[in-house]
Write a protein that binds this ligand. Structure first.
Ligand code: KIV
Ligand code: ZN
Length: 417
């Protein structure tokens, strides 16, 4: 029997902590609707005590999203929990996410306290939140650097206090995958009541291993993952939702896990998050980068044209793209050129193609990428137009808060201005 892995999306909370990513209520609602279409199990909509705007965002998201659990973040502080309870008043399935530091670094240098006092605060927060909402997730902040024995004790006590989900965050992205997996296993072996809660993993990407750590967590028993779309989040970001989901999907025949994610909504969600937050996706980003399904070298292009699986482990259609892309560059070969020409209705004999290929390479050495128009130019179609010598003489743009923006361009075409 395959095990369900719950997907807890924190794009609207941890993701929004990325510098420059701030969202207003309308934007949070729009993204939350899309996350519902993506079929995440939980939407962490914000941190209600942090600002009146964020409080209102959680209220509005709770009104419109009915198919996901709506979660609000708090510290282990009564006022935070009161704000979370109020913000979730319209939620069909509300969850409060409360917690406190678990590493000695946090206990000594952030809270200036002791393990015992911090434990009591964590337990107290869970008990208090439980009076209002049944579904309580406890986060043991900086669990990645926490002493495993103390962490196990803390988790045991918060489950006794009523936590339904226990979140083991690698807050600072410190752990290596094997180490993080071992930590999760340690908790399964040393927390006597662990079967009464869902174990969640929340990894940060400071060393670039957040996805690997999350997969190690799953491999050792965690059944909820916390992630953001495009991997945005505090500092180097959080685990990327699309990476974990597609890893489990792609390797589904070797693994015994599944998620409820509608993978075909992944590319749309990624674009929305990028556009609304104003954070571009790096081109080589796994799954959602512009180059994730683009092939530009001759050997790969030839292989992919023979059979897509030669160089792709994911069908781009499964994540919402139309198809793979063949990019013509000076590294491309004849197979790719023949394919591109065929797409525009042109077939060349082998001799002609061989000759054309030399022209192609000469042009490709001058340009980064060769487009269909360039192919037509090389074939002589529209060559006259392109033979014009065009020189940019002037470009000037004027903008300001009072005038209408204008742009002026002067070109010299075949010597004539
Ligand atoms: O990284 C972290 O520890 C967090 C907690 C608030 C869950 O984001
Ligand atoms: Zn985090």
């Amino acid at each position: 029997m395959k095990k369900k892995i719950f997907v807890f999306d924190t794009t609207l909370r941890d993701g929004e902590q990325s510098p420059g990513a701030k969202l207003n209520t309308h934007q949070k609602v729009e993204l939350a609707r899309q996350l519902e279409k993506l079929r995440v199990d939980v939407i962490e909509a914000g941190f209600p005590i942090s600002s009146p705007g964020d409080f209102q965002s959680i209220v509005e998201v709770s009104k419109v999203v009915k198919d996901c659990i709506i979660c609000a973040l708090t510290r282990a502080i009564k006022e935070d929990i009161d704000a979370a309870v109020k913000s979730l008043i319209y939620a069909k399935s509300p969850r409060i996410h409360t917690g406190i530091g678990s590493s000695d670094i946090h206990i000594l240098h952030k809270f200036k306290s002791t393990r015992e006092k911090i434990l009591q605060r964590g337990v107290g927060a869970v008990k208090y939140a439980k009076k209002f909402v049944n579904d309580i997730e406890f986060y043991a902040e900086d669990a990645g650097r926490a002493d495993n024995e103390f962490l196990a004790h803390m988790i045991t006590e918060v489950i006794k206090a009523g936590a339904t989900v226990v979140n083991i965050p690698d807050t600072t992205g410190y752990c290596f995958p094997e180490e993080f997996g071992t930590k999760i296993k340690y908790l399964f072996d040393n927390v006597p009541n662990i079967d009464r809660a869902i174990v969640s993993v929340h990894c940060h990407n400071d060393l670039g291993v957040a996805t690997a750590n999350t997969l190690a967590g799953i491999g050792n028993g965690a059944t909820q993952i916390e992630a953001t779309v495009n991997g945005i989040g505090e500092r180097a970001g959080n685990t990327s939702l699309e990476e974990v989901v597609m890893a489990l999907y792609t390797r589904r025949n070797n693994l015994s896990y599944f998620t409820n994610i509608n993978t075909q909504e992944i590319s749309k969600t990624s674009r929305m998050v990028s556009q609304i937050m104003g954070i571009p996706v790096q081109p080589n980003k796994a799954i959602v980068g512009a180059n994730a399904f683009a092939h530009s070298s001759g050997i790969h292009q030839d292989g992919i044209l023979k059979r897509r699986e030669n160089y792709e482990i994911i069908d781009p259609k499964n994540v919402g793209y139309d198809s793979s892309q063949i990019i013509l560059t000076a590294r491309s070969g004849r197979a790719a050129i023949r394919h591109k020409l065929k797409n525009i209705g042109i077939e060349l004999t082998q001799d002609k193609l061989d000759k054309f290929y030399q022209d192609f390479l000469n042009l490709a050495d001058l340009k980064k990428e060769i487009y269909e128009d360039d192919l037509l130019y090389l074939l002589g179609k529209g060559k006259e137009e392109n033979h014009k010598k065009i020189k940019l003489d002037l470009i000037q743009t004027i903008s300001g808060n009072k005038n209408i923006p204008t742009a002026t361009v002067k070109l010299i075409i075949n010597g004539k201005k």
